[in-house]
Design a protein around this ligand. Structure first.
Ligand SMILES: [Zn+2]
Ligand SMILES: [Zn+2]
Length: 259
């Protein structure tokens, strides 16, 4: 049994195919998926999916790539997170790859999410791209992570170095691998995955993006997370059952959800 720790099934191309998506999840033994919020206008739809389907959890947050969108306050995030199906704060973080110029607003928005996570005691879903130094620095400054009295979270769709992974793990965070780790060109990332203990790893699709091999280039969906697990099992020389059981246990522990 697998859990997709990060997807965007509220996006129209996936939301229109919900029955098919749930059937594919069942076929592939994917019991749950976490539908991750990217902005406040779309949040009601994310929450509605979580309320409608027992297999779907949700988060609340505003993605760092969304520049022209209502800015959340700490109070707003705390209030919107007050629902048993909202199990995380995010996705949040920093992205210096997609956007340029003065990105102080991104850092401020990231700090807002960390504060909300500390108040709600719900873990953070962190997106970081070409910004790992500032990401780790702000996590430390704002008291993200168990060491600092926060509740940690996950570094999602991880593509950074082993050093960055270790810094996050030291703060109590988990590292989530997407279909990128299955790509032939992802040698450095595969080396990182090989090095990290299974006890700190989650798996995700980030669908509709980044379909894993053998579906690369196609529209991704939560059912495909099984292929990420199969790849990690081969890479690490363990059974796929072991990867499935451990990543599922990791998800349940981090997000505090019972089986
Ligand atoms: Zn992301
Ligand atoms: Zn995402």
């Amino acid at each position: 049994m697998y859990i997709d720790s990060h997807c965007h099934i509220n996006f129209p191309e996936l939301a229109a195919r919900m029955p098919e998506i749930l059937a594919k999840m069942a076929d592939n033994q994917v019991t749950h998926a976490l539908c991750v919020s990217v902005d406040l206008p779309d949040f009601p739809q994310v929450l509605a999916l979580a309320h409608q389907y027992p297999h779907i959890y949700a988060s609340v947050g505003v993605h760092p790539d969304y520049e022209d969108t209502p800015e959340p306050t700490v109070e707003q995030l705390v209030q919107l997170a007050d629902d048993p199906k909202i199990i995380a704060i995010g996705e949040t973080g920093l992205d210096y790859y997609r956007l340029e110029g003065d990105l102080e607003w991104q850092r401020e928005r990231f700090r807002t999410h960390i504060k909300a996570s500390r108040i709600t005691r719900k873990p953070l879903i962190i997106h970081t791209r070409s910004a790992s130094e500032d990401t780790i620095r702000i996590m430390r400054e704002e008291g993200a992570g168990t060491e600092a009295g926060g509740v940690a979270g996950v570094m999602h769709c991880f593509t950074e170095s082993l050093e960055v992974a270790k810094a996050a793990i030291e703060m109590g965070f988990y590292i989530s691998f997407s279909g990128i780790v299955t790509f032939k060109s992802a040698k450095e990332l595969q080396a990182v995955a090989l090095e990290l203990p299974l006890e700190r790893i989650l798996i995700e699709t980030d669908s509709p993006y980044l379909a894993p091999v053998p579906f690369r280039g196609k529209m991704n969906e939560p059912g495909f997370v099984a292929h990420v697990a199969e790849y990690l099992a081969k890479l690490k020389g363990v059974t796929v059952e072991e990867v499935a059981a451990q990543t599922t246990a990791n998800f349940r522990k981090l997000f505090n959800v019972a089986a």
